[in-house]
Design a protein around this ligand. Sequence first.
Ligand code: ZN
Length: 242
Amino acid sequence: MRYAVLSDIHGNREALGAVLEAMAGDNTDACLFVGDLVGYGADARACVADLAALKPQVLIAGNHDWGVLNLLGMDYFNEYAAAAVAWTKKALRPKELEYLKSFKLVFEDEKMTIVHGALDRPAKFNYVLDAEDAAVTLRLSRTPVCFVGHSHAPGIFRLDDQTAHSSDAGRITMEAGNKYLVNVGSVGQPRDGDPRACYAIYDDEAATVEIKRVTYDIEKAQAKIVKAGLPAWLAARLAEGR
Ligand code: ZN
């Protein structure tokens, strides 16, 4: 199977559309979603419809999805994120909220684990930012690969002797017997200095994971954010990739 692994779409329909177009050339069989479908962007409703149409095999809840559902207290969020959560609560219809409610905190089968943030306390939505954080999640993971999102910065880590080592490669071939953590980055609000939409392709037969980037119409997404009355910083940061 070849999977497209998408995370942190954040109501950015332009970015999601560009990723869906690129995915058409990736020969994928299924999609896995790692959380934060809404929040920050102005197209929450359209992104719910677009993701639902893809029928992802796995749907994981992010902190913004939970914030909109009142499952996570507003003290978790900074002022910009809180404003976006409040805006999104008003924008979504009951049926769309029901869709978000179907998202799970953790998925695990024999091949992979999927969680939005750190695996030790998934409902706390802690970040996996460095090798130390990655080691905590990798030691708990029981599968060859664990996919995370949340930090909006793509990254790959491998566990050796209980220590996580990061890899700079954008594409890895996983060795049997090792455990890998892959942060698939963010579709709709990258924060690693590269403003292009980010996602990953996982091929379980070839045991490869590839991080991919695609350009999208950033100005269009920015204009929608401003027009919606969301904080201007949420538009500005898209161009900076932070
Ligand atoms: Zn996010």
